[in-house]
Design a protein around this ligand. Structure first.
Ligand code: TYM
Length: 326
């Protein structure tokens, strides 16, 4: 059976980008029942930018776990666990550190963005990050990896690592993984600047919708989102060059499980003042239940631990998938 693997960092705070670009699609793949679905809270990746206090990391991991549960990940259907609970991730990552080339890693745009001008001061873990990510995926021989668009280059690197390993050892051991980057919202943009990605690290909270936002906050942020004065066009192609407008149409489409063109078929000619009301309605409708459930779970960490393991760590080792299925 094809196997899906994907991961999210417990780096504190989940955005609409994480939800539409990743979690919502994880749930769809889980419920389709056509794949085994394995999802991971990648806590070791979350310390590459800055070492976190253990208590903070544990809280973040519980919050992320609550997000998975609230979004619809079901322990009967999917495996959900903590990366650090399965030591084989770091063991394989070491081997991949010896497979990957410095040049490959140095070309990663996320490395360049995150290390910035002062790469000398960045951690070695930040540089090696994509090799650990490749290990996460390949240790389970996963065939499909749903992610947002920003992870595309890392998945190409994962394919390169698998291919070089297979070639150098003369065996077809690791699969050449398929990225699954599909749907209207593989790149959800900043609500105040449609040329930038929506991110939990932006200093301004107005730029993003958090999965923990109240219905009021969601509606307000959409009402205040940047737009342009023109009405919605008839054809999706005419959203080209209108990044803010396109972003809101894409968000609507993803929330409604439809396509940008179908959204336009319904709303062409409307001004954004009007369209935002409809968008706020559907966003509140779809997202408020998630934030309500996350708030409930926040007050009941024991339920999180019961659902997915103990001590805020999830998935005991004996329930992990077989790393070598064949
Ligand atoms: P992370 O934790 O930054 O993000 C988790 C997922 O959310 C997606 N995402 C977005 N999608 C659309 N629009 C956005 N604005 C947006 N922001 C975030 C990301 O693309 C991602 O799918 N390196 C990964 C974590 C990881 C992983 C893995 C993923 C570690 N090992 C193995 C897949 C397979 C990361 O930092 O994601």
């Amino acid at each position: 059976t094809p196997r899906v693997f994907s991961g999210i960092q417990p780096s504190g705070g989940l955005t609409l980008g994480n939800y539409l670009g990743a979690m919502k699609r994880f749930v769809t793949m889980q419920d389709a029942g056509t794949h085994e679905t394995v999802y991971c809270m990648v806590d070791l990746h979350a310390i590459t930018a800055k070492l976190l206090d253990p208590a903070e990391l544990r809280d973040n991991t519980r919050e992320l776990c609550a997000g998975f549960i609230a979004a619809g990940i079901d322990p009967e259907k999917s495996i959900l666990f903590n990366q650090s609970q399965v030591p084989e991730h770091t063991q394989l990552a070491w081997i991949f550190n010896c497979v990957a080339r410095m040049g490959w890693m140095g070309r990663m745009t996320q490395w360049k963005d995150k290390a910035g001008k002062n790469a000398e001061a960045a951690s070695l873990g930040l540089f090696a990050y994509p090799a650990l990510m490749a290990a996460d995926i390949l240790i389970y021989h996963a065939t499909h990896v749903p992610v947002g668009d920003d992870q595309k280059q890392h998945l190409e690197l994962t394919r390169d690592i698998a291919a070089k390993f297979n070639h150098d050892y003369g065996v077809a051991f690791f699969p050449i993984t398929e990225p699954v980057i599909e749907g209207a919202a593989t790149r959800v943009m900043n609500l105040q600047d449609g040329t930038k990605k929506m991110s939990k690290s932006d200093p301004s909270d107005k730029t993003r919708i958090n999965l923990t936002d109240s219905a009021d906050a969601i509606a307000r942020k959409i009402r205040k989102a940047k737009t342009d004065p023109d009405p919605l066009p008839e054809a999706a192609a005419d959203l080209e060059g209108r990044p803010d407008a396109r972003n809101l149409v894409n968000i609507y489409a993803a929330l409604a499980d439809t396509t940008p063109q179908q959204v336009l078929d319904q709303h062409a000619g409307a001004l954004f003042g009007h369209f935002k009301v409809a968008l706020a309605d559907i966003a509140v409708d779809k997202l408020a239940p998630i934030s309500t459930e996350m708030a409930r779970l926040k007050n009941d960490p024991a339920e999180i631990d019961r659902t997915f393991g103990s001590r805020g760590r999830t998935r005991p080792r004996d329930r992990r998938p077989d790393p070598e299925p064949d």
